[in-house]
Ligand binder design. Sequence first.
Ligand code: AGP
Length: 610
Amino acid sequence: MCGIVGYLGKKDSVPIILDGLHRLEYRGYDSAGIAVMEEGEIQFIKNAGKVSDLSRLIDDSVLKGSIGIGHTRWATHGEPNTVNSHPHFDRTGKIGIIHNGIIENYNSIKEVLLNKGFDFKSETDTEVLVQLISEIYYSDGLSFEQAVQSALNQVVGAYGIVAFCSDEPNKLVAARHGSPLVFGIGDDEYFIASDASPIVEHTRKVIYLDEGEIITITQSGYEIRSIINDNIINKISTEIELSIDEIEKGEFPHHMLKEIHDQVHTITDTMRGRIDPSDGSAHLGGIAEQIDRIKNAHRIYITACGTSWHAGLMGKYLIEEYARIPVHVEYASEFRYRNPIINSKTVVIAISQSGETADTLAAIKKAKEFGALTVGICNVVGSTIARETDCGVYTHAGPEIGVASTKAFTSQVAVLFLLSLCFRKDNGPTGKNFSEALFNIGEQVKQILKNSDSIKDVANATFNSDNFLYLGRGMNFPVALEGALKLKEISYIHAEGYPAAEMKHGPIALIDEKMPVVFIASNDETYAKVLSNIQEVKARNGIVITLTDHVSNEIKKISDFIIEVPKSRHPRIFPILASISLQLLAYELAVLRECNIDRPRNLAKSVTVE
Ligand code: AGP
């Protein structure tokens, strides 16, 4: 949530920061702002709206400076207007700050400052922080970085910040606690950002700041210290693997559509080098050292949020089927505040595309406190969850920019399948046929993308609907949940996913001639049962949309629309293909409703606050 970027070097920081903000806009897009410093003078422009709106304002200005900070906001405290947008400044106007996170005790700090005569322009917690820094800086005789550090030691909450002060020009101070920061080292220039995407076109040399670290950056170098005890921390830089092409949308109108198309190769990329499709044996280097402990676990918890949680539900089916270890799947936001029955014989798998989700991170911390082994499944390399877990597996789906998760989801499912093979006992099912089919899924994904006319027909007929129901059985139940979530997120149509048989226990009351009901009907032991559920909806005049890999005469008769899912060599492939068809359906509906597909309202790609 919120994207932050800072630059210190010899070039004009404005275009560098603006480009960076465009790349970070998926993190928040309520408002944006930029402040630069040149010869000890600060200038800034900020505005409610998108980075492109800010860009237009900047085009008409003379903003220029070799040191700068920029922010794109996802509002927490205070509505998304220009006053509340970042950067925020202290009362002297000499200290500027950008912030990602929440200062939880901002009210009590604000009260103290109000009593000392401070006044506040915005409703934000961030302005309270910058005024606190100012109060310390101008009364305690500390250096700017010491003042920032001292203020941070008084705040409770989460932050990634970058700040500067015109009394100490040519210096940036950044710190993290709960919100990620990547520091880029170029030739005579430095970058700091929420993730590597604004940095990659300038340098590949980066340092990931860890929790509780503060960095002071000047033209002559940088120094990292601990916020709490002031110890100097020596860190080795690493090379980013990200490429520019991966973060551009190329010829596609939206990142989401590109990412749906990427699934032609991403699932195979996830599996490459980790599976021997000839015998179904899997090897995951990231968990190899812990494999005996995992195989002997009494139970596994999978914890995650949103789409990653849906992948976790699919993982339950896979791990229980192949490894025969009981699996519980829990929302991280619930898990973190419960008293779960976990101990050293428990494995807690945390799934997160971004690797930064606050609730998932807190769930891992809880699991560790109870002595469980934690395993991370993350997409973003070097992310906090990837580093905080005892061991883990990257999904290698490539950067996912669209706020609605697509390719990360199918790669998470692929990783969960690989894990289920690694966890299996010698006498369990081998998974050979499934691995072979999953490794070669790309051709079927291509077919879905090529034959998308039926999906467009459904979208054309239903885009004015107010509600949708998604129903599926077995592993198609999480597919139903995920299909409904995709639709809600990007088209703002209310949608619910249910186990098909549960319909009779309530949702059937909603069925009338205006209600589209999406059935996910695979050609397996559940097919006949789902057919009966379709009949029940048909009898009540619902609009039946059936996704199936078996177009029988009967299903043709009772369906208003059929979306054919390519046949596959293993029954477990169907749910993955069906979820890709549903991603496309949500996309087409959102296009017709003229929604902002890559940046749906109120959402942010990585949810780093509770
Ligand atoms: C997915 O389409 C959503 N944007 C959202 O539910 C997301 O999956 C959730 O916030 C979890 O994110 P994570 O995978 O980065 O932890």
